[in-house]
Design a binder for this molecule. Structure first.
Ligand SMILES: Nc1ncnc2c1ncn2[C@@H]1O[C@H](COP(=O)(O)OP(=O)(O)OP(=O)(O)O)[C@@H](O)[C@H]1O
Ligand SMILES: [Mg+2]
Length: 357
């Protein structure tokens, strides 16, 4: 059953439209990630769902009931804020029990719920510690427990992992998904980290400048983006403008510089359409001999950026009129290319992403 329905949601702050006609739906038990650059309206959208900000226009429904003007405290929603601030003078127990206490739960109920939450977040025995006695990652988990302990129908998380280092962030990501599966709580999770959004979401919402650019399956958003913004924002790629057409052997894009790039057909693109082509770094390969497949372009390695597990090559490709970045995994068996090497750049037509501008 559709749990949450956001319909034509708008938020204006004076002349600024922070959220511009956003609509999407969330099914019960789903994990939806919201991603987009800083200032695109992620927090504002979440705050409207939580009832902390009044929408300028639009409706928010939960299980079909219009809750747009319901006060925050009457919504059954747990929130983890961007700075996850715990109450500093309350213990871990009091922090987690807060929502229950506010809702009039008995002490026995509070104890049972806190015990259960501490088990879920792997912090048994931390009841009496204060936030300053917990590590950053532990505090973050307590904030998650606080949002979940009163058994809300919906949890909103705003960049809950923003203050963690890469390793801790990764393990917390797995932990959060486990917690969500275990509790089955419907979750909306805001991040500006595209990897996080792609890996955690059942569905992903990509916001840009207040507008929803794409909503749906993360894999579809990555492999078949609706707009150039989504193609560019998710992943790393080099962009070439051109025109779509069919020739004898199949569909292709002729770049503005006159180079043809073989592609596979798309339902919504027809001959003569202007398109933007995106060549994903990791789908391009470098070959240093003769190759005879489709989509081979000559270039020269201009810069090599060694990153441990992978290496990025910046290759100037005159026929595409641009410098293209190619990512390759490193390894003893891997050919490496040095600056100044002439190379051929190849990409499978099926891997070429293109969209209407
Ligand atoms: N209370 C407010 N008054 C005026 N403008 C606001 C207010 N809150 C947010 N804005 C503006 O609305 C826009 C969207 O802000 P929002 O906080 O939703 O962005 P965000 O996507 O969460 O960004 P970030 O990734 O940096 O957290 C921004 O331009 C911001 O300056
Ligand atoms: Mg924000």
């Amino acid at each position: 059953m559709t749990y949450l329905e956001i319909d034509d949601l708008v938020k204006q702050f004076g002349d600024l439209t922070a959220v511009d006609d956003v609509s999407f739906t969330v099914e019960e038990g789903e994990f939806v990630t919201v991603v987009g650059p800083s200032g695109c309206g992620k927090t504002t959208t979440l705050r409207m769902i939580a009832g902390l900000e009044d929408p300028t226009a639009g409706t928010i429904r939960i299980r079909g009931d219009d809750i747009t003007s319901l006060p925050a405290y009457e919504r059954d929603i747990g929130v983890v804020f961007q700075d996850y601030a715990l109450f500093p003078h309350k213990t871990v127990f009091e922090n987690i029990a807060f929502g229950l206490k506010m809702r009039g739960a008995s002490e026995a109920e509070q104890e049972a719920a806190v015990e259960e939450m501490l088990r879920i977040i792997n912090l048994e025995g931390y009841e009496d510690q204060y936030p300053h006695e917990c590590s950053g990652g532990e505090q973050q988990r307590v904030a998650v427990a606080r949002a979940l302990a009163f058994d809300p129908d919906l949890v909103l998380m705003d960049e809950p992992l923003s203050n963690l280092d890469k390793k801790l962030r990764q393990s917390m990501r797995t932990e959060l998904k486990r917690i969500q599966r275990e509790t089955g709580v419907t979750t909306i999770y805001v991040t500006h980290n595209q990897t996080e959004a792609l890996s955690m979401g059942d569905n992903i919402a990509v916001l840009n400048d207040g507008r929803l650019e794409q909503f749906g399956d993360p894999k579809a958003a990555y492999q078949d983006p609706d707009t150039p913004f989504v193609a560019d924002f998710l992943g790393q790629s080099s962009q070439v403008s051109g025109t779509f057409r069919h020739n004898g052997s199949g569909p292709e894009v002729v770049s503005d510089g006159g180079t043809t790039i073989d592609v596979t057909p798309k339902d919504d693109v027809t001959d003569g359409d202007d398109v933007e082509v995106f060549l994903r770094n990791e789908l391009l390969s470098l070959v240093d001999g003769e190759s005879n497949g489709a989509n081979v372009f000559e270039g020269e390695v201009r810069n090599v950026d060694y990153q441990g597990s992978d290496v990025n090559y910046f290759v100037s490709v005159p026929s595409l009129g641009t410098t293209v970045m190619v990512s390759a995994t490193t390894g003893m068996q891997q050919t490496t290319f040095s600056e100044g090497t002439s190379v051929e750049l190849a990409i499978d037509p099926a891997d070429v992403i293109y969209t209407h501008p």
